[in-house]
Design a protein. Sequence first.
Length: 120
Amino acid sequence: MKKKTFVLGASLKSERYSNIAINRLVNYNHEVVAFGLREGTVAGIKIDTNLMPYKDVHTVTLYLNSERQKAFYDYIISLQPERVVFNPGTENPEFQNLLKQNNIFFEEACTLVLLGTNQY
């Protein structure tokens, strides 16, 4: 089953992990939506600079540090994703507690590793 994934903290810079993740997700045929500071396209995916009312998001994968995540707590919870992936460097106990309270599964993992080991 392919999982619609929202990449939060998407970058146009090819060396950034969020950029690599978008490319890999597309290669694995997952539907991808993305939000970042700069508008552009990565692997055919438009990076939105405004928060959109995405529907049927299975996974939110985070590429923002814990401080920058705060502005997105309510928005992410409103999407009611199946899970939130805290990639290395994005761990956030405060947000994880909010996700628990809203019955949203989360894991501290690397999207790239999950994809590469067929655990996504």
